[in-house]
Design a protein around this ligand. Structure first.
Ligand code: ADP
Length: 456
């Protein structure tokens, strides 16, 4: 087992990794930017090192500074969390060269799956169902027009290096394609430094359903069921749940088995998520693989009782998975709300000082957060300030627990998306489980901006 892990992240996920390390008896090193000096992840780590100014490009994305911090403190592994460098094959390679274990898949697997066009090809070969589309990056506008004509409009153009819901364009007719193609290439180049785009059929009202997997370095891969993540705004998830009301036990076994086989085919190790779109008929279509822990992993932990972060660490040491697929059981229902420091109506970020912060616990409630009274929400980073997770014997109980928790949550000094979450939880379509990725387009305008409780 590792003796010391450097946590290359901030906020709630850095704390989440520190929890896992403490439970395993592993020492931790926090790295932080000048803006995060008084953060909880710094306070609770055994050691801490400032790695640069507030801008993430100079701190949390600064590979030389992070590697130096690991060298200086004698850390034998780095956990990258999510976001920042979590899907950086480069960091994984540098770690390998420096004899520091990267807690994630091997660099060549990150590189393969990080290129969405290559991932599509590899997964198609492994027998994963796929939407019709181009086999690789589009070389020209003419090629794009030809493929789009063959598969039929609407189609979606996507950046091969895409992520975070950016770099996508829906095209409904041939006349729109030339302009969309150029814009998509330009946007992809600006956002990711790689202008390559590919194309696939656009599904009108799909669900986003993803499978969590764990694989060790001995060829064992298991799945931990699915998460329904259809409640999104601008392709960013707002609320997730497990299981999905649209997935039967039989379908879960079939898809989970298929995903585990596909992961084995590319020698996948550590935690990963296979994202799919699901149509009304229950057919699945591959979207991408995220080669890291995900924000929404707690809902899977709540229904399986498996600590995914501890498993990540055990796997990285070379241990075998300690359980078989047949030993994974699913109990009850879990829902996660991502509480963002944003106006719930306009979504304008609302950074600032939180004067009062209290989230009630109680049966079935888990709160993953690094926020507390008198902490400052910095404008430099992601606006998510807390994840509230509610578990119940069934979906109805999980919804009731989430509602009473959010209703009694106190966050003063900044605006949060809690009123929006309460609105969603009260919608008849949500209660009935009638979800698709356009859910938010219908309901968002009904939410009114909340007056600030305390602006002092
Ligand atoms: P990113 O890596 O940027 O998150 P994804 O490929 O995971 O991008 O897609 C994000 C979201 O975009 C999906 O959850 C879905 O809402 C929408 N989307 C992506 N591809 C399609 C498609 N072919 N048809 C319909 N919606 C899509």
């Amino acid at each position: 087992m590792f003796k010391k892990i450097l946590v290359a992240n901030r906020g709630e996920i850095a704390l989440r990794i520190i929890f896992a390390c403490r439970e395993l008896g592993i020492k931790t090193v926090a790295v932080y930017s000048e803006a995060d000096e008084s953060s909880l992840h710094v306070r609770f780590a055994d050691q801490d090192i400032c790695i640069g100014p507030a801008r993430s490009s100079e701190s949390y994305l600064n590979v030389p500074a992070i590697i130096s911090a690991a060298e200086i403190t004698g850390a034998d592994a780095i956990h990258p969390g999510y976001g920042f460098l979590s899907e950086s094959a480069y960091l994984a390679e540098v770690c390998e060269a420096c004899h520091i274990r990267f807690i994630g898949p091997d660099p060549h697997v990150i590189r393969l799956l990080g290129d969405k066009a290559k991932a599509r090809r590899a997964m198609k070969k492994a027998g994963v169902p796929m939407l019709a589309g181009s086999d690789g990056p589009l070389e020209s506008e003419d090629k794009a027009l030809k493929i789009a004509k063959d598969i039929g409009y609407p189609v979606i153009l996507k950046a091969v290096a895409g992520g975070g819901g950016r770099g996508m364009r829906i095209v409904t007719a041939a006349s729109e394609l030339p302009h969309a193609f150029k814009t998509a290439q330009r946007e992809a180049e600006a956002a990711f430094g790689v202008g390559d785009v590919y194309l696939e059929k656009y599904l009108e009202s799909p669900r986003h359903v993803e499978f969590q997997i764990l694989g060790d370095h001995h060829g064992n891969v298991i799945h931990l069921g699915e998460r329904e993540c259809s409640i999104q705004r601008r392709h960013q998830k707002l609320l997730e749940e497990s299981p999905s009301v649209a997935v039967s036990d039989k379908l879960r076994r079939k898809m989970g088995g298929l995903v585990a086989d596909a992961a084995r085919a590319v020698q996948y190790s550590n935690a990963g998520t296979f994202e799919f779109l699901m149509d009304e008929k229950g057919s699945f279509y591959f979207m991408e693989v995220n080669t890291r822990i995900q924000v929404e992993h707690p809902v899977t932990e709540m229904v399986t009782g498996i600590d995914i972060v501890k498993e990540q660490i055990r796997i990285a040491t070379g241990e075998r998975l300690s359980f078989k697929q047949s030993e994974v059981t699913f109990t009850g229902h879990a829902i996660e709300c991502r509480v963002n420091a944003e106006d719930p109506f306009t979504f304008v970020p609302s950074p600032g000082v939180i004067h009062a912060f209290s989230v009630p616990g109680g049966p079935g409630v888990r709160v993953d957060t690094a926020a507390h009274s008198e902490c400052t929400i910095s404008p430099h980073y992601d606006s998510m300030i807390a994840k509230v997770i509610a578990h119940g014997r069934d979906r109805q109980e999980a919804i009731a627990r989430m509602k009473r928790t959010l209703e009694m949550t106190v966050v003063e000094g900044i605006r949060t998306t809690i009123p929006l979450h309460l609105r969603i939880l009260n919608e008849p379509d949500f209660i009935a489980g009638r979800l698709n990725t356009h859910f938010m387009e219908r309901y968002q305008p009904k939410v009114k901006a909340e007056p600030l409780a305390d602006t002092a």
